[in-house]
Write a protein that binds this ligand. Structure first.
Ligand code: ZN
Length: 284
């Protein structure tokens, strides 16, 4: 425990003080796994904004560019492994007082770290849905189909949060975008694109969980996307205590009684370890 002596004790106390915590996590939770964040510390876009759903559906060039980047970025995206923050949430859930985790991330790293009560608010990137017939397939199968259809295509790329990558326009023009093998329809990863709403049932499931919570923790999200921010508003309206751990400003700062700016992995790991003292019993 000596190694933890210098940490900010407020988060440990906050965690130890609540019995049914609802946690909301965002891109900042996965940056240490090599999946970069879209936004900087002021909440502004760091790079080009992500693909909008309307353009994806309507414009062949946008569809082709999306899939070319997704194809190039997939190997790096799938190589990402859970980091200390994901493991800390899993340990906290196992200790019994983190009862629902809702993530804006589509990488499934919380589940891979061992978290069970996870709602993928924005969907999951490892599943592909056909916009024509509704058929769902695995993203890895789509990757194989794209590899077969583009035997000589290659692009050096840097990965973005939704698994796509920067690819030269000339290379994009040569890319054969995938289509549904059953109906020929457009394929889309089973994630909520910008311009789309979170499916109602999924949202309601998260709201129900929040209604049964006694506190809200936001971790690694600037809350600039309303689908996440609305949980802060709901928690605030319900009178729940709100804590935020994030590098940089968030849209929810004015609602949080506790705001910690720091490295999410080490901050959360230390707080969870100290709150539970390595056992499932709370040490206040
Ligand atoms: Zn189809």
């Amino acid at each position: 425990m000596a190694a933890f002596a210098s940490i900010d004790d407020r988060l440990r106390h906050w965690i130890a003080s609540h019995r049914r915590v609802f946690a909301l996590t965002g891109a900042g939770c996965s940056t240490a796994s090599g999946i970069p964040d879209y936004r900087d510390h002021e909440g502004e876009w760091k790079r080009r904004p992500p693909v909008m759903i309307q353009a994806f559906r309507m414009q062949d060039a946008v569809y082709r560019r999306y899939w070319a980047r997704a194809y190039a970025g997939w190997p790096r995206f799938t190589a990402a492994a859970p980091n200390a923050a994901h493991r800390a949430f899993a340990a906290w859930e196992a200790a019994g007082t983190l009862f629902q985790l809702v993530t804006q991330n589509v990488d499934r790293l919380h589940q891979r770290a061992g978290c069970r009560a996870v709602i993928d608010l924005h969907g999951r990137l490892d599943v592909v849905a056909c916009l024509g017939c509704g058929e769902h397939t695995s993203r890895s199968a789509t990757q194989e189909a794209m590899a077969a259809a583009n035997p000589h295509w290659g692009a050096e790329a840097a990965t973005a949060p939704d698994g796509d990558a920067d690819v030269e326009a000339a290379a994009v023009a040569l890319f054969a975008a995938p289509r549904c093998e059953r109906c020929g329809g457009l394929l889309k990863p089973d994630v909520v694109f910008f311009g789309e709403n979170v499916p109602r049932g999924r949202y309601e499931q998260a709201c129900e969980a929040l209604a049964g919570a006694d506190a809200l923790l936001v971790a690694g999200s600037s809350l600039m996307v309303y689908s996440g921010f609305r949980f802060v508003r709901l928690a605030h309206e319900a009178g729940l205590p709100i804590a935020i751990v994030n590098r940089g400003r968030t849209r929810g700062d004015d609602f949080a009684a506790l705001k910690i700016e720091g490295d999410l992995g080490s901050t959360l790991t230390q707080a969870v370890h100290l709150a539970f003292d390595g056992s499932s019993r709370t040490v206040v």
